[in-house]
Design a protein around this ligand. Structure first.
Ligand SMILES: Cc1ncc(COP(=O)(O)O)c(C=O)c1O
Length: 388
């Protein structure tokens, strides 16, 4: 039996997979079992920011594997403490909690917001079209009905406001609201960028009304936007930020960062995770973050992001089937008028051995490793020019 047959027989059918088995990767390229080479502009869904087999990651994995992989949070963990220090020093948050995925980071955010509300205020306003994860609480916070189907009743205490519509948000606020939770670029919802004015209005309103501003940076974080955290573009200080995906450059790790006034609500036995922030993932994460936050590297991401976006805009300007292009840094998308065009583009790209993904129903997203160079972008732009 080959891998595709074994998958069909032994693995639950939660994923619609393309029929390819990758064997190894190098830089921005993946190689399948037949030796075919693919250009990866999805990076394991915004995870592999240093691409494949990057010496920084390989070195830290090997070194830490020789020392200590897991020990549990019953003891102090040097690597976890070092990673927390790094994240806190580079952010406006005060303390970290570590877990293993984006859903877990958001689950922790939802729990801590409820503690903050002291049982009187429990409601969290999330956004239409958002995506926060697949656990029951994060699914309940996800503003897309299609993900709820079959799992109802959803958890109580969530309401949804229209993204980028401050008046709609205000109309949803009542005495039971303790927090608002949102992405600054809706990723799974279709690469929709939050406007600066909207976020600044939310920020001021939340501050005045003691509502926690919780930013889900699971997809935008770790320099994908061109800054370590996308919130930096908006001149705001969120109360809570959640991270995962690129945080480990490929090893599974998630984190909740919070201001002290919130963080202090997590006490022994309120929350926890067996694996969260173990020595292995923490040391790999720190080595990735030290690399990507170098000033020159951040400038590289910005340059590549601008070059790519300009190229996409140029291609889109005379194409009737395209509604718009958007995004920031290296989280970019093309929004089509017809969902079929998005599906068809992903398929055509795959045939040309370029990996891209869908976002929402009618958008295609590009989230290459951050080490992408102009010639990789040109290859994708040339492909797009040809097929659109
Ligand atoms: C913004 C956002 N939040 C949360 C999640 C869930 O992350 P995970 O799949 O690691 O649980 C995702 C995953 O795509 C995401 O994009």
């Amino acid at each position: 039996m080959d891998t595709i047959e074994k998958t069909a027989q032994f693995i639950m059918g939660t994923y619609k997979r393309l029929d390819v088995v990758f064997e190894k990767g190098e830089g921005l390229y993946l190689f399948d079992t037949y030796g075919n080479k693919y250009l990866d502009f999805l990076a394991g869904i915004a995870v592999n920011i240093l691409g494949y087999s990057h010496p920084v990651i390989v070195k830290s994995i090997k070194e830490q594997a020789d020392k200590l992989i897991h020990i549990s949070n019953l003891y102090h963990i040097k690597e976890q403490a070092d990673l927390a220090e790094f994240l806190i020093n580079k952010s406006v948050l005060d303390k970290a909690f570590f877990c293993n995925s984006g859903a877990e980071a958001n689950e922790a955010a939802i729990k801590i917001a409820r503690l903050y509300g002291k049982g009187e205020r429990y409601k969290i306003i999330a956004m239409e079209n958002s995506f926060h994860g697949r656990t029951m609480a994060t699914l309940s916070a996800t503003g897309q009905k299609k993900y709820h189907k079959g799992f109802e009743p959803m958890l109580e205490g969530f309401d949804f406001a229209k993204f980028n519509d401050f008046d709609d948000f205000k109309s949803k606020v009542d005495d039971s609201v303790c927090a608002v939770m949102l992405e600054l670029v809706q990723g799974e919802g279709g690469i929709n960028l939050a406007s600066r004015q909207y976020i600044r209005d939310l920020y001021s309103y939340c501050k005045e009304n003691d509502i926690l501003l919780m930013i889900d940076e699971v997809q935008t974080g770790m320099c994908r936007s061109g800054k370590l955290f996308a919130y930096e573009y908006y001149g705001i200080e969120p109360d809570v930020v959640t991270l995962s995906k690129a945080l480990g450059g490929g090893v599974p790790i998630g984190a909740l960062l919070a201001k002290n006034k919130v963080a202090d609500y997590f006490k022994p036995s309120t929350h926890g995770s067996t694996f969260g922030g173990n020595p292995f993932v923490s040391s790999v994460s720190l080595s990735v973050l030290e690399f990507v936050t170098e000033e020159n590297f951040l400038a590289h991401i910005e340059d590549m992001g601008n070059y790519f976006l300009d190229g996409l805009k140029n291609i889109a300007k005379d194409k009737k089937q395209i509604e718009s292009v958007g995004g920031i840094g290296l989280i970019l998308g093309i929004h089509f008028k017809n969902p079929k065009d998005a599906d068809s583009l992903v398929q055509k790209a795959f045939k040309r051995k370029i990996l891209i993904g869908k976002a929402g129903d009618s958008s295609v997203r590009f989230e290459p490793p951050l080490i992408v160079e102009k010639h990789h972008i040109d290859e994708v732009l040339n492909f797009l020019k040809e097929v659109l």
